[in-house]
Design a protein. Sequence first.
Length: 130
Amino acid sequence: DQLCKLLAEAIIRGVRLRIGYHMGKDRNPQEAEYNRHNVEEVKKSIRKHLRTLSPSHSINFQNDIVKTKGTHQKILVCDRAFAITGSFNWLSYKGQKDQGYRRELGVVFRHPDPVNELAEIALKTWDSTR
């Protein structure tokens, strides 16, 4: 919820935020339902914060969260100034202890070449949803 509030604040400041997600094939119906519920909770939380923080403005964020196809990538690109890629699921894992041992890894890129390359990969994935 805290991250969703920060995302809403960024949107209100005029930041173009696009979220693509893909959950892959679910192993069982309970897991599938949990994943669908989590996606809806993230959308609901961002919309709630948008309404709370900017009640007089009409901000449509619905078209900026899309289900992507065939990817497990986690890529964050900010204004082509930096990019982050890694294994962490930013919007679905809260950091709570789970059943297994969890090790996450991420890399920050600041050099224009890898930043642009990651931006192109992310945009290509985004465009494939259209």
